[in-house]
Design a protein around this ligand. Structure first.
Ligand SMILES: Nc1ncnc2c1ncn2[C@@H]1O[C@H](COP(=O)(O)OP(=O)(O)OP(=O)(O)O)[C@@H](O)[C@H]1O
Ligand SMILES: [Mg+2]
Length: 336
């Protein structure tokens, strides 16, 4: 019986040393698990550490502290050969497919390169057949194989990026803002393609996004990040219906609601102040300088990461106080 979790991120810390004793705390004590076959959404505004987590999981960055366990193996304790094998099973899709595809390579070369590195096929013919098959799987066709990335639209280029990520038959894919650069109409198509591929191949996704609007549709569970910290984690439905952390509530209230009456009537949380620097983050709770509900304790003590409801984790003093008094765990404010 395989483990339920394909990935365990345990107390992960990634700090960048910038020289002159300046340390940028990109990721701080982040803990979450990704279950086999699910889509885990990782959400938070620009600079909160999402890509750094992705790259550290892939072993592209060393960790500062903590562990990344992929299918029982500690990513940062593998030797080169073991890492090479592990890489086959984890792949990344990027925001800007154009920047991540070599403009001088044909689509065939782009997709077959990882196959060649990993010596997946005995001969060119088999390899080409697989390239054609992959093109068809992502909604392109074999005639596209000899063209160059610039000949394609943004959505098609992302399909090429997806085909490349699938070239080694991975079981885990980190999609780092794969639709952020695409037109809204094309976004849904790419999301549908990812969903369909997930069903067909039993893939597990870590889906990174900076806002919550598309993530709900694709994610089973969502982790919300702020300034290098994970502040809330739960099933997508609970996150939307019962967001506990004030930052999650603010992110949700930023999504426009199509119905003008509801849109008019609802309460919006506008965050005050600037996003602090991860080089010099606030003491205690990193969100406190922008939190409408900040209390004295918030500057003194870092809130613990607690499961306040079934499978619903939050790091916020509002709920920990509630819990101690054995009160309910209702959201502090209702935004809709
Ligand atoms: N290689 C690096 N060296 C130094 N600092 C870095 C490095 N990579 C990222 N950072 C810093 O770490 C923090 C987190 O960056 P990261 O790219 O992980 O954020 P992100 O959530 O992916 O943002 P975005 O939504 O803009 O992609 C930022 O302050 C960034 O400037
Ligand atoms: Mg990023």
């Amino acid at each position: 019986m395989k483990d339920e979790n394909i990935l365990e991120v345990q107390q992960l810390k990634k700090h960048f040393h910038l020289g002159k004793n300046r340390i940028l705390q990109a990721v701080n004590n982040v803990t979450f698990q990704v279950r086999r076959g699910e889509t885990f959404g990782l959400v938070g505004e620009s600079g909160c550490g999402k890509s750094t987590i992705g790259r550290t999981i892939m072993g592209l960055y060393d960790r500062t502290e903590g562990n990344v366990i992929f299918d029982g193996q500690n990513v940062h304790e593998r030797n080169e050969k073991e890492m090479f094998m592990l890489r086959q099973r984890m792949q990344m899709i990027f925001q800007d497919p154009y920047a991540s595809l070599n403009p001088r390579s044909t689509v065939r070369e782009v997709i077959s390169e990882p196959m060649e590195v990993h010596k997946l096929y005995k001969n060119k013919k088999e390899q080409n057949e697989r390239v054609f098959e992959l093109l068809e799987e992502v909604g392109l066709n074999r005639d596209h194989a000899n063209r160059y990335p610039h000949e394609f639209s943004g959505g098609q280029r992302q399909r090429i990026g997806i085909a490349r990520a699938l070239a080694l038959n991975p079981d885990f894919i980190i999609a780092d803002e794969p639709i952020s650069a695409l037109d809204v109409s094309v976004q849904a198509q790419v999301v549908n393609l990812l969903k369909q591929l997930q069903e067909e191949k039993g893939l597990t996704f870590l889906f990174i996004a900076h806002d919550l609007s598309m993530v709900k549709q694709i994610s089973d569970r969502i982790g919300v990040m702020y300034l290098g910290n994970m502040v809330e984690l739960t099933e997508s439905d609970s996150l939307y219906e019962k967001p506990l952390h004030p930052y999650t509530q603010a992110l949700l209230s930023a999504i426009p609601i199509p119905d003008p009456d509801i849109e008019e009537a609802r309460e919006r949380i506008i965050l005050q102040g600037e996003l602090p620097s991860p080089i010099n983050p606030p003491s205690g709770c990193v969100f406190r300088t922008r939190c409408p509900f900040a209390m004295e304790i918030c500057s003194q003590k870092k809130p613990a990461w607690q499961e306040v409801d079934d499978n619903h984790f939050v790091a916020c003093h509002l709920y920990l106080e509630d819990r101690k008094q054995k009160q309910h765990t209702e959201p502090v404010v209702k935004i809709r």
